[in-house]
Design a protein around this ligand. Structure first.
Ligand SMILES: *Cc1c(COP(=O)(O)O)cnc(C)c1O
Length: 564
C-alpha cells in the first residue's frame, strides 16, 4: 500500500502533533494546525512529502466547562482504523532497556488536484507491548517528563526506523519544533565513522552528512518553553539504544538534554516562523544562522463556503494560486458584505445552540480564541470593566471567546475561570460568550463569522500566530498587538489595526491603546462608514490572505531548504 509513495525521494516532515481533520483529535493548537496546513499545501501542490507523527489515540482532551467556569478535561478517544489503514511493518525501539514495538497507520491527505501526501501515525498500542508501553502513543502532551521523553524516542528514533521499514527514500528530514530531534541521533547512528579515521576529540559519527539531511523549524521564543530532560532520566530511559551519553552532551548541552540545541547542532537549515521571531531566536542562539520563513494557512481549509463561492466565481484558480486574491478590490462591496453576513449568521446560530444566548447580527462581534495561557493575555480587554461598559454604551458590540488550557497550566485554567466571572459581571451591558471545545471546526466558524479578530499577546512571545491569517481569508480584519506575523501583516487602517507599538511597551500602554482604538476608530468606522469598512475587509484579503498562506510558505521551504 506504500508502493505508490516509495518510488520518489520525499521530504519527511516530523511533528509531535498534526491536525489532519477536525474529527481526529491528534492536535492541541497552532503547532498541529500549522503541520496539517503544511502537508495539505504539499498535497495540493503535489510536492513529494511524508508526514510522521504519533497516533495519539486518546487525543489531546475534550473540554467541558462547569457552572463555576472551571475547565474539565475528558479523554478524546479516536479509532485510527476508521480513518487510516494499518501498515504491515513493525519496528522496535529501546526504552528503559525494554524492547518496545512500534506499529504504524497510513493516513492519506488528498490534494485538490490529484496529489497525495501520506502521513505515518506511529502506534505502540500493540499486544506485544506491556500495558504501560501501549500507552506511550495515547495522550498528546500528557503525563510527565519521562512519558514525554518516551514519546519523543518513538517519534524520532521509531519514526526514522519506520520510514526505512516501509521503503521510503528520504531526501531531507524536517523537524517541526524540537520534539522530534532524536531523529538526528538515529541518523548519526547510521553514519558511524571507523575509529581509525578519527582525530582526538572528534565525534565518531559523520555529523556533516547528517546535518545536510536535516531542517529545523523552531517555534519557541523562550528557553523555558523548550523541551529539556535531565541526563539521569535520559540515561535511565534511553540509554543503550541510540547513542553514547558523552556524545549526546556535546550536541545537546552539558547540563540537560535540550532538544532545541540538539536540533540546531544537527541541521543545516534552521528557521523561525516570522521575521521578528527569527531575530529573537538569533539573539537566543548566536552562532547559528537563523532564517525566517513566515507561517501561512491553508487556503481551502480556512475559507468559509461563503467566501470560497465568491472567490470561485471571481478569481478561479485561487485555491492553487492564492496570490490571485490581490484582485479582490474588483469585487462589488455588496457581494462581499452578503457573504460575510451569511458566515456571521452561521456563527450566531452556533452560539445560540451551544450557549442559549442570542447575539444581535446588527451589532459588531469581536472574536478571541486560542490556547488559554498567560502570555496570550485573554483577559487584557477586561482590564477595566467600567471603561469597557462606557465604550459599549456608546457603540454596542459583542465578544465571542474560546480556547483550551493545557491540563497542567494552572494559570491558563485560572484565566478561563476569570473570563467566566467577567461574562457574569458584564451581563447584558456587553454580551460575552465562551464557547467550549475549541477545535478546527469551531475555529473556522469563529474566524469567518466575527467582524474583527482580536489578539493581544505579550511581546515577543507570539512566535507567529496563525488565526489572524485564517480570519484574513474570510475578509475579517485583525485588531492585534504588533507581534509575530502581524508585524508583517498590519498596515494601519488598511488590513486592520495595531495595538501598542512595534517596539513593545508595557501592559498599561497596550490596554490604553486597545480601548482608544476600539472607541475612536474601529467601532465608529463599523457604524459610520460601511464603504470604509468593506475596504478594510478587502485589504485583509488582498494584502494578507494572498501572502500569509501555506502555499507560499511551502514553496519557500522547497526552494530555500528542501532543494539544498
Ligand atoms: C489556528 C488555531 C490555533 C492557533 O491560533 P493562534 O491564534 O495562532 O494561537 C489554535 N487552535 C486551533 C483549533 C486553531 O485552529
Amino acid at each position: 500500500m506504500f508502493q505508490e509513495f516509495t518510488g520518489v525521494q520525499r521530504i519527511a516532515y516530523f511533528s509531535m502533533e498534526i491536525a489532519l481533520s477536525h474529527d481526529i483529535p491528534t492536535y492541541s493548537g497552532g503547532l498541529g494546525v500549522l503541520a496539517g496546513d503544511t502537508l495539505r499545501s504539499a498535497a495540493d501542490l503535489a510536492l513529494p512529502m511524508v508526514g510522521v507523527t504519533l497516533a495519539s489515540r486518546a487525543g489531546y482532551f475534550q473540554q467541558k466547562i462547569d457552572g463555576m467556569g472551571r475547565q474539565l478535561e475528558l479523554p478524546d478517544i479516536w479509532d485510527p482504523a476508521r480513518f487510516a489503514l494499518p501498515a504491515a511493518a513493525k519496528v522496535a525501539v529501546q526504552i528503559e532497556r525494554r524492547r518496545v514495538w512500534v506499529g504504524a497507520w497510513l493516513y492519506r491527505i488528498e490534494g485538490l488536484a490529484g496529489g497525495c501526501v501520506p502521513v505515518v501515525l506511529l502506534d505502540t498500542d500493540l499486544p506485544e507491548n506491556s500495558v504501560e508501553d501501549r500507552e506511550i502513543t495515547h495522550f498528546l502532551y500528557g503525563k510527565d517528563a519521562a512519558y514525554r521523553l518516551k514519546q519523543e524516542i518513538v517519534l524520532g528514533v521509531g519514526g526514522v526506523r519506520m520510514l526505512l521499514a516501509l521503503g521510503f527514500q528520504i531526501r531531507k528530514h524536517h523537524m517541526n519544533e524540537g520534539h522530534s530531534a532524536l531523529l538526528a541521533m538515529e541518523l548519526l547512528n547510521r553514519h558511524k565513522r571507523p575509529k581509525r579515521d578519527l582525530r582526538p576529540g572528534e565525534l565518531p559519527y559523520d555529523a556533516p552528512a547528517v546535518r545536510s539531511q536535516c531542517i529545523f523549524t523552531t517555534h519557541t521564543p523562550v528557553e523555558a518553553g523548550q523541551d529539556q530532560f535531565d541526563y539521569a532520566m535520559v540515561e535511565r530511559i534511553a540509554d543503550g539504544d541510540f547513542m553514547d551519553q558523552a556524545e549526546v552532551r556535546k550536541l545537546a548541552g552539558e547540563d540537560r538534554l535540550n532538544m532545541t540545541r540538539l536540533a540546531l547542532n544537527l541541521s543545516d537549515f534552521v528557521n523561525g516562523v516570522a521575521k521578528s521571531h527569527a531575530e529573537v531566536s538569533q539573539r537566543m542562539f548566536p552562532g547559528y544562522e537563523m532564517h525566517a520563513i513566515t507561517n501561512g494557512v491553508h487556503p481551502h481549509t480556512w475559507t468559509s463556503e461563503f467566501f470560497a463561492g465568491l472567490y470561485d466565481n471571481a478569481l478561479p484558480g485561487w485555491r492553487h494560486e492564492p496570490e490571485l486574491l490581490v484582485r479582490i478590490d474588483q469585487m462589488p462591496d455588496q457581494a462581499l458584505w452578503d457573504a460575510h453576513s451569511n458566515a456571521k449568521q452561521r456563527l450566531l446560530d452556533r452560539v445560540r445552540d451551544m450557549t442559549g444566548r442570542v447575539l444581535d447580527p446588527a451589532l459588531p462581534v469581536f472574536g478571541f480564541a486560542r490556547r488559554m495561557t498567560a502570555y496570550k493575555r485573554p483577559d487584557l480587554i477586561f482590564s477595566d470593566l467600567e471603561r469597557l461598559r462606557r465604550i459599549a454604551a456608546k457603540h454596542p458590540f459583542q465578544l465571542v471567546l474560546a480556547g483550551k488550557a493545557h491540563p497542567n497550566d494552572e494559570g491558563g485554567k485560572h484565566l478561563i475561570e476569570q473570563l467566566h466571572r467577567h461574562i457574569q459581571e458584564l451581563g447584558e451591558d456587553l454580551p460575552v460568550v465562551f464557547l467550549p471545545g475549541y477545535d478546527m471546526r469551531l475555529a473556522l466558524d469563529l474566524v469567518s463569522g466575527v467582524d474583527v479578530w482580536l489578539n493581544t499577546p505579550l511581546r515577543p512571545l507570539e512566535a507567529s500566530g496563525t488565526s489572524g491569517m485564517k480570519a484574513a481569508f474570510n475578509g475579517v480584519p485583525s485588531l492585534s498587538v504588533l507581534d509575530g506575523w502581524w508585524l508583517e501583516g498590519c498596515i494601519e487602517g488598511v488590513t486592520g489595526w495595531a495595538v501598542g507599538n512595534a517596539l513593545g511597551g508595557n501592559e498599561g500602554n497596550d490596554v490604553e491603546d486597545l480601548y482608544r482604538k476600539l472607541e475612536q476608530q474601529v467601532l465608529p468606522m463599523y457604524y459610520g462608514d460601511r464603504a470604509g469598512w468593506v475596504a478594510v475587509m478587502k485589504g485583509a484579503i488582498g494584502k494578507n490572505a494572498s501572502v500569509f498562506n501555506s502555499h507560499r510558505m511551502i514553496r519557500r521551504y522547497a526552494t530555500e531548504a528542501y532543494m539544498l
